[in-house]
Ligand binder design. Structure first.
Ligand SMILES: NC(=O)c1ccc[n+]([C@@H]2O[C@H](COP(=O)([O-])OP(=O)(O)OC[C@H]3O[C@@H](n4cnc5c(N)ncnc54)[C@H](OP(=O)(O)O)[C@@H]3O)[C@@H](O)[C@H]2O)c1
Length: 197
């Protein structure tokens, strides 16, 4: 899709979305907007594909422009309303930019899927500190989804019945207090988001 046709599509799309918002009725799946982080691999890519097959609008996020481009092109076989976003979630400024860009371009988010996650950093036993001075896995698994959710919460609420989903793990249920692994961190992120909402 060229830049100009994308703009005209979005303009007409926004009108449809606004009509649904004003009606107060939850739109059919093909008129809903889903934002999937970490959609360039694994569970995120699989979920984005399922949503594209349902003709939903899917915002595909990844950290590699090439991978995002590949997934967007591949999902456009099922639905034209697929849009790519690139951001490194270990960098809070990038997360802020991503959230603001999505908020500017879309009137509502029916599903925010905080799926991107990493095993790098402390969890793997190799300490890695981000540019912002945060431990790497804490930044990607907890701080990024919390900031993104905070920025987009109004858009999720605007959808009328939006959902924020965080992929975590059953292992969070039995994680000991000192094993500050990514599952436990994601569980904490869910609790933080509930408080924020
Ligand atoms: N697979 C499981 O069995 C399992 C079990 C329990 C929970 N989970 C949770 O489910 C989620 C997805 O797991 P998965 O197995 O599908 O993982 P995956 O295949 O490794 O995919 C992770 C996704 O997150 C992206 N990502 C990683 N670090 C990033 C960063 N710094 N900035 C932006 N994006 C980043 C990856 O981008 P790239 O493509 O560029 O690497 C990829 O798109 C994770 O949060 C994980 O904790 C998974």
């Amino acid at each position: 899709m060229s830049a100009s046709s994308a703009v005209s599509f979005l303009m007409s799309y926004n009108c449809t979305a606004c009509l649904w918002l004003m009606s107060g009725i939850l739109p059919p799946l093909q008129d809903r907007i889903f934002f999937v982080t970490g959609a360039t691999d694994g569970i995120g890519e699989f979920t984005a594909e399922l949503l594209a097959k349902e003709k939903c609008t899917v915002l595909v996020h990844g950290r590699s422009p090439e991978k995002v481009d590949r997934v967007v092109k591949s999902l456009q076989r099922y639905c034209p309303k697929i849009f790519g976003f690139v951001a490194d979630l270990s960098n809070l400024r990038d997360v802020q930019r991503l959230g603001e860009e999505v908020a500017r371009k879309f009137p509502a988010i029916h599903g925010l899927l905080n799926n991107a996650g990493t095993f790098a950093g402390d969890y793997s036993g190799r300490r890695k500190v981000t540019e912002d001075g945060n431990e790497y896995s804490l930044a990607v698994n907890v701080l990024a989804p919390f900031l993104l959710t905070s920025i987009l919460l109004q858009k999720v609420r605007a959808s009328g019945a939006g959902r924020v989903i965080v992929t975590s793990s059953m292992s969070a249920m039995r994680c000991s207090a000192d094993a500050f692994g990514r599952s436990a961190m994601r569980a904490r992120m869910v609790r933080l988001s509930c408080l924020r909402a």
